[in-house]
Design a protein around this ligand. Sequence first.
Ligand SMILES: Nc1ncnc2c1ncn2[C@@H]1O[C@H](COP(=O)(O)OP(=O)(O)O)[C@@H](O)[C@H]1O
Ligand SMILES: [Mg+2]
Length: 317
Amino acid sequence: MANSVRRVGLLFGMEDTFPWALARAIDERGGGEIVGVPVEVSALRDSQDFDYALILDRISHEVPFYRTFLKVANARGVQVVNNPFWWSADDKYFGNVVAAQVGVETPRTMLLPHKHRPPNTEASSFRNLKFVDWQAVFAYLGFPIFLKPAYGGGWKDVYKADDKGAFFAAYDQSRDLTMMAQEAIDFTEYFRIYTIGRERVHVMRYDPRLPHHARYVTDGPPIEPALEARLRRDALALSQALGYDMNTVELAVRDGIPYAIDFTNPAPDADASSIGETNFAWIVENMADVLIERVRNPRPFEFTGSWSRGLLAPGAV
Ligand SMILES: Nc1ncnc2c1ncn2[C@@H]1O[C@H](COP(=O)(O)OP(=O)(O)O)[C@@H](O)[C@H]1O
Ligand SMILES: [Mg+2]
């Protein structure tokens, strides 16, 4: 019966390999009951119905109109991957709080006030703000220091500063972004890890020091088993705590300990040309399976993953 077919809607932007391959994989695996289709969206009426069992969101971080569309769809019973409510609240600096809750190491990090005033503010908007003691920042972090936006991605506005001069040159360019300053991890190995459905894990060796096309290392040495177990545990713990069903976690290893560098990526790169054939096949197949599983076994509405369960009881501080 045609109208019993359940649709997985794909909402995406310029990417041109992953969505089409995923739609095909969903069709192949969905047994004629579940199909993958591009979402169609236009002006949204209050009472509008949504003809999707699930929507995979790859682009609402760039298109605020889509974010609100997804929040409404989610509230009306559509499964949305990833959670548009938590995605809106999440940021990289807060992510370190989540990491601490689940026993994952992060580099020492400080959140900095904006270099330039955000729109619609003036000097008197900042009567609560005190001057930063930069010597204390440098003493806490030590050089080199990474400067990067708390609401960021895609290596945009990421700087590595070896000394105070380079630090301020970078900070001075940071406009009104919310920047964080972070201890640089001098790593021996670096991994980028897909976590799908909060249970499937795919560990990829990644060398951020190489040019873009060569970063996903396909011919690296095997990963030492105890380290691999730790990488898998850490990546899953983070994605479960965050409640992300599609995520990448970047872990840099120093003295045998993985440090979480970048792990709030609800629309991670999944382009065939950057991740390579083997990784692409993995993400397409596993994503299709997990989305089909979610359509068959929907999750109850949720705002976040599990991180808030570990919070201190009220009055404990
Ligand atoms: N604390 C750090 N120590 C070492 N390398 C870092 C650190 N922070 C960022 N980097 C490097 O900079 C790159 C981009 O930073 P990242 O936090 O991943 O930002 P984005 O979300 O823009 O990808 C990382 O892939 C890593 O190579
Ligand atoms: Mg990154």
